[in-house]
Write a protein that binds this ligand. Structure first.
Ligand SMILES: [Zn+2]
Length: 180
């Protein structure tokens, strides 16, 4: 798997996860245009003019499962998150398609096409361990997902200016109050 492919896959997954409701912003998957954009990003050959309801329902479940996988705070929650993801992955199946010696593709044979494409994309990202760097912003209720490119893997905020600062100011105020 090339680095570019992995980076591209990971970015698509981050964009998908960032359709989540954040703060006062609603779930972006409510918007039919966003639904189409997400489906096109994973299935460029998609020809429909709208995304059917069952796919949208599955998209929301899959997004919730992937989000829970990166955001679960204890092993029990993580276990439940992986179970949910496996439940969705069980609805799609693939077979190897050999074309030439250096080329083996995984072709989907069963299940929702978009969900199949996203599950395959997540599998590639997880295998290449770029997934370990996908994180949820530490600011409460922010929910933004970002890629931690730092060498130490210690980035906490999706944007320091927007969330890091605000969180530090809040912590500072709490400290000042408790010293009074
Ligand atoms: Zn944030």
């Amino acid at each position: 798997m090339t680095r570019d492919r992995v980076a591209h896959d990971t970015q698509l997954l981050i964009d998908f996860l960032n359709t989540n409701a954040m703060g006062r912003l609603p779930d972006r998957l409510d918007d039919p245009e966003v639904q189409l954009k997400i489906v096109f990003s994973f299935v460029p050959a998609f020809r429909g003019e709208s995304v059917n309801r069952s796919t949208v329902r599955h998209l929301r479940r899959l997004r919730a499962a992937l989000f829970a996988v990166i955001n679960s705070r204890d092993t029990l929650a993580a276990h439940a998150a992986w179970n949910a993801l496996n439940g969705l992955a069980a609805g799609v199946s693939y077979r190897y398609r050999f074309t030439k010696p250096s080329s083996v593709e995984l072709a989907q044979i069963h299940g929702d096409r978009t969900i199949g494409a996203i599950v395959a994309c997540a599998a590639r990202a997880m295998r290449a361990d770029s997934w370990d760097r996908v994180k949820v912003c530490a600011r409460e209720r922010c929910n933004a997902v970002f890629y931690d490119a730092t060498r130490s893997r210690t980035r906490r905020w999706h944007s320091y200016a927007r969330c890091g600062n605000a969180a530090n100011v809040a912590a500072c105020r709490r400290r000042q109050r408790s010293h009074r």
